[in-house]
Write a protein that binds this ligand. Structure first.
Ligand SMILES: CC(C)(COP(=O)(O)OP(=O)(O)OC[C@H]1O[C@@H](n2cnc3c(N)ncnc32)[C@H](O)[C@@H]1OP(=O)(O)O)[C@@H](O)C(=O)NCCC(=O)NCCS
Length: 185
């Protein structure tokens, strides 16, 4: 287990999570900001990249599971099932390699505060465990739900940039928050 919050547990993704990963990455609505759903090869590449991030960086997007019995259902077939991904990755933002918090949840689990809860814990992990001075969230300028998560985390917009992804120019906002003074060394 990487970390827990009151309602959630975050752990590394494994091969067993690939069907749930596909349910997220192959949902057209969920993937609007990514220019549409992924095919199987893209899901496999995403999974492989995450496993290699764990190995090389020690962190990546982790599997988010529900701790509550009856929600994901401990003791049932759905126990420990991944309801979303949230975690930290190194990303190139405005010409700099930075630590980013990322969050993508299964649509059935939107609107319950899970993304903000998981992301807040990841941001704290970055400050406390990785020694990060600043954590970013890069958000496509059309992705209001994601912006609202960044705002709820306490982030502010630090810049605008264009990302080139899947053959499309995508204007993005660089949200970020700085390490609080109380955790400074
Ligand atoms: C981005 C994404 C994770 C946000 O999901 P979300 O459900 O809107 O965000 P949260 O989990 O923080 O939930 C917040 C909502 O839950 C509500 N909520 C309900 N119960 C709650 C509780 N106990 N605690 C906190 N919030 C609660 C909040 O009021 C808020 O509702 P609102 O959206 O109507 O204002 C989701 O839209 C997603 O997966 N999108 C696709 C992938 C993506 O684009 N990722 C970002 C890439 S930059």
């Amino acid at each position: 287990m990487i970390l827990t919050t009151s309602r959630l547990a975050l752990r590394e993704m494994t091969e067993q999570d690939v069907p749930e990963l596909a349910a997220i990455l192959q949902d057209a609505t969920t993937m609007t900001a990514y220019e549409g759903p992924f095919d199987d090869a893209m899901v496999a590449a995403w999974f492989k990249r995450m496993r290699s991030r764990y190995a090389t960086d020690g962190f990546g997007l982790w599997a988010v599971t529900l701790r509550e019995p009856g929600s994901a259902g401990t003791g049932s077939a759905s126990a420990g099932r991944m309801v979303g991904q949230c975690g930290l990755t190194v990303q190139r933002v405005m010409g700099e390699d930075v630590v980013e918090v990322g969050y993508l949840f299964n649509r059935a689990h939107w609107g319950q505060g899970y993304a903000t809860e998981a992301a807040a814990a990841c941001v704290e992990y970055a400050f406390e465990n990785l020694g990060a001075e600043r954590v970013y969230a890069q958000v496509r300028d059309t992705n209001l739900a994601s912006m609202n998560v960044a705002i709820r985390l306490g982030m502010t917009v630090r810049g605008r940039f264009v990302k080139h992804y899947r053959g499309v120019d995508m204007p993005h906002l660089a949200f970020a928050m700085d390490r609080p003074a109380r955790t400074a060394e």
